[in-house]
Write a protein that binds this ligand. Structure first.
Ligand SMILES: Cc1ncc(COP(=O)(O)O)c(C=O)c1O
Length: 381
């Protein structure tokens, strides 16, 4: 089992940060890479034309390595909403068909589909949560409706931490064909995915949470069947011959026929890309299976302690290993997050659940401080 990795982050001993699902802290190595990147922009004579391509390629390779894909299958985007917009522009949807999403899905996975469905005379249908949080079965039941032609799902539900079995959902295409669009923002970096098994149309991930990266950067796996699809933007950098800066006015109408044709403008992103690369490299060094094992162990221990003071959580079989959505039968005080913040304990509340999302920097002191603080707060009522 991996040991605690707090020494790789800049987190004071008295801060109990259990909120990676909100935003990860940066690794010290990523902070160094970011400072060096800003210094490089102050002296741009050191930035050469090949740098516009090499850093992006390195990032694509590292991301691809987490999902068993190839660098050419990865587009670089600013956000999940950008990735969703690409997917919505490229998957077919006809009048009378349905787009399936989960109830209480993150908005970036919803709005683009509402717009597309309206334009096509189709409908967006939200799959309701089952009492035990078995989202996979909820989706499989909804898929019995043959009018579903697009399925938009995460691997981890951002509110309750319920985990979906992506392979089982993908297998449902044997009975009934549909496009599959996946958002891995709340799971990749902890839970591995194999796109060769799942064959999604588009798989989208922001970097600022479990990939330990910067804000405003994300990646999209694009299935080869979409490699001649419609990009959102029509920039210069993702076209044949772009490497030769002296010939950019020899215009080329067709963008690269791979995922890079979907890249956002200025995707080389000299300031943020080195930070993303540092995060991805460290995840590869640890290994997702080891990250997952440690976080499962940590959350299981914490869950047991919280249950002893009256909290409940969803069925363990359907829970993501890095995520605890804890409920309190009498309800939670309105100001619970502020009361915890006074003790320098940071986490989120989503709906009526406390959302606890640790990473490898969390230690026993974080867990015991949380249990003690919650005991005190709840006994005060
Ligand atoms: C599941 C999920 N997807 C996406 C995002 C971020 O979306 P965007 O990159 O469009 O801001 C979040 C942020 O909390 C999220 O939880």
């Amino acid at each position: 089992m991996l040991g605690n990795q707090r020494h790789l982050f800049d987190i004071p001993d008295d801060v109990h940060y259990l909120n990676c699902a909100y935003m990860s802290p940066l690794l010290k190595s990523a902070v160094r890479a970011g400072h060096a990147a800003i210094d490089a922009k102050a002296r741009p004579w050191g930035i050469s034309p090949p740098d516009f391509f090499s850093h992006s390629h390195a990032a694509r390779e590292l991301f691809a390595g987490l999902i068993n894909a190839e660098a050419e299958q990865i587009a670089i985007v600013s956000s999940v909403s950008y990735g969703t917009a690409i997917a919505a522009l490229n998957v077919p949807l006809n009048s009378g068909e349905k787009v399936l999403v989960l109830a209480e899905e993150f908005p970036s996975n919803l709005y683009a589909w509402r717009v597309k469905a309206k334009a096509c005379g189709a409908q967006v249908e939200a799959v309701a949560r089952l009492a035990n949080n078995d989202w996979t079965n909820a989706v499989l039941i909804a898929l019995e409706d043959k009018r579903v032609s697009v399925v938009v799902i995460p691997q981890t539900h951002w509110i309750d931490g319920g985990q979906l079995d992506l392979e089982r959902v993908a297998e449902a295409r044997q009975a009934h064909e549909f496009s599959l669009v996946i958002d891995l923002t709340q799971s990749l970096g902890v839970v591995g995915v194999d796109v060769r098994m799942i064959q999604p149309d588009f798989l989208i991930c922001a970097t600022y949470k479990w990939l330990l990266g910067p804000y405003s950067l994300g990646f999209v796996y694009v299935h080869p069947k979409h490699h001649a699809g419609k990009p959102l933007e029509h920039g210069w950098v993702n076209r044949p011959g772009a490497e030769d800066f002296s010939r950019l006015i020899d215009y080329v109408d067709e963008a690269n026929v791979d995922a890079s044709r979907f890249d956002m403008g200025e995707r080389s992103n000299f300031q943020l890309m080195p930070i993303a690369i540092a995060g991805l490299k460290q995840i590869h060094r640890w290994g997702q299976v080891h990250i997952e094992a440690r976080l499962r162990n940590y959350t299981q221990g914490l869950r047991r302690e919280l249950e002893q003071i009256g909290f409940t959580a969803c069925d363990e079989a359907y829970r993501s290993p890095h995520y605890l959505g804890m409920q309190y039968p009498d309800g939670l005080p309105e100001d619970i997050l502020q009361l915890l913040a006074v003790e320098k304990i940071f986490l989120s509340k989503r709906g009526d659940s406390l959302r606890i999302s640790p990473h490898l920097y969390n230690n026993e002191s974080d867990a015991s401080s949380l249990v003690q603080a919650l005991t005190k707060i709840l006994n005060r009522r």
